[in-house]
Design a binder for this molecule. Structure first.
Ligand code: C6P
Length: 419
């Protein structure tokens, strides 16, 4: 398997043309309840550009076959396209080799893979797994399962009223018993960008490996896993303008070699007898059964497309939306923004006096505006702020200031309905 060639300098970093980007997304021209769709639920899942839709369709129309095991032409084509997808994802993340990219169903499965491997090989009673109070359930529950199985303990770094994870609080909880730290890069519930590079350096100084939940970072920030120095990085294709049901675990070759297989079945073996099975080489050791072939192909195309738009430009554009949205929403009477970290991605969680977030969501929906309401699969974050739920607007690279204004105007209607 070839090494990864580094991505070319970002294409349109200086002149971000949001209308040109929007034109690539067929769904953005549709209406909902007779109103133009305003899609502000990007942390949940993103819309798909035409190139991704076409790549998935082309695979089914022209190249559909199972991979790795056929001797025929179609199977070779499908294998090439799928493994090409892996190379693209590796390049997107800055990985050294595609061997370090394991395709999974998404971030959740990527974290479960590592947690299960640690539970089997590296954890025992009294050991500690360090997480933060900002985590999504996907970066809590797999570790709880691992702890239940082994007697290890989950240690949580508390968050501040702003929704930040203080570096000294993180450092304080790294002990000789810490076997791994698992931290989100960007919080889905509050938008906080964690200083993961600092966390990794502190953990590594104590020989503690670090897994980063990058579900909410990969679509929004320039990334380089080698520069970050993380041991594992988990991402979801569907949050990166790619298909659902596909994601990736980046792991250093050294760690992936050491971890045991996650599931058993076809493709992950090199030979099987009833007495003994030997496993396939990386990354296939972790990919049992027929893969999500169309997903892997579409994910690669999405990763290339996103790099082509340019993550620095995307981050700058979304930061502008964040500033504009924060300013406008702060002026809505009775509205409180939850999560005011200094470093934030394009996520605004808020509550409105005397209105349940679900009611906000329902009224906005009738205006064609899609946001998410609820606990955002981050119940401990809600508990920290004494809230059952928030309303959350999360921006993507195709959103505009006008859409943010539409949200603000619709909130005036919500206030009217609720007096
Ligand atoms: N957050 C949201 O609306 P999956 O489902 O495996 O693709 O991603 C799980 C996940 C893990 N970590 C973080 C930080 C996430 O935000 C998510 C998914 C969505 O916020 C759906 S709950």
């Amino acid at each position: 398997m070839s090494a990864v060639t580094k991505a070319a300098p970002e294409a349109h970093a200086s002149a971000y043309d949001v209308e040109r980007v929007r034109a690539e997304f067929p769904i953005l021209s549709r209406s909902v309840y007779g109103k133009p769709l305003v899609y502000l639920d990007n942390a949940n899942t993103t819309q798909k550009p035409r190139v991704v839709i076409d790549a998935v369709r082309r695979y089914y129309e022209e190249e559909n076959a199972n991979i790795h095991r056929g001797t025929h032409w179609l199977s070779e084509k499908a294998t090439e396209a799928y493994e090409g997808g892996r190379e693209k994802v590796a390049r997107f993340l800055g990985a050294t080799s595609p061997k370090e990219i394991v395709f999974t169903r998404g971030t959740t499965e990527a974290i479960n893979l590592v947690a299960a491997g640690f539970a089997r090989e590296y954890l025992q009673a009294g050991d500690e797994i360090l997480i933060t109070g900002l985590e999504h359930h996907s970066n809590i529950v797999p570790w709880q399962l691992a702890c239940e199985r082994t007697g290890a303990k989950l240690v949580v770094v508390p968050i501040t009223d702003e929704g930040e994870v203080p570096v000294d609080e993180f450092e304080k909880r790294l002990t000789p018993r810490t076997k791994l730290a698992a931290v989100s890069h960007v919080s889905n519930a509050l938008g906080t960008v964690n200083p993961v590079k600092t966390f990794i350096a502190l953990a590594h100084a104590r020989k503690v490996p670090v897994l980063v939940d990058g579900a909410q970072a990969a679509p929004h920030l320039p990334l380089d896993v080698v520069d970050l120095g993380c041991d594992f990085y988990a991402i979801s294709g569907h949050k990166m303008y790619g298909p659902t049901g596909i994601g990736a675990l980046y792991g250093t070759e050294a760690w992936l070699e050491k971890l045991p297989p996650y599931q058993g079945g076809g493709d992950m073996i090199s030979s099987v007898t009833f007495e003994k099975t030997t496993y396939n080489v990386l990354p296939w050791k972790f990919e049992a059964g027929t893969a999500n072939i169309a997903g892997g192909i579409g994910f690669g195309v999405a990763a290339d497309w996103l790099s082509g738009v340019g993550l620095a430009a995307v981050a700058a554009h979304e930061h502008d939306l964040l500033l504009h949205g924060t300013r406008q929403l702060s002026m809505v009477p009775g509205l409180t923004i939850v999560g005011r970290a200094k470093e934030k991605a394009g996520v605004i969680s808020f509550v409105l006096e005397n209105v349940h977030p679900h009611d906000i969501g329902t009224i906005l929906d009738r205006e064609g505006i899609a946001i998410r309401t609820g606990h955002h699969c981050a119940q401990p974050v809600m508990d920290r702020f004494g809230l059952p739920a928030t309303a959350r607007a999360s921006f993507g690279l195709y959103n505009t200031r006008a859409e943010v204004d539409a949200l603000v105007n619709a909130l005036a209607k919500v206030r009217k309905v609720f007096g």
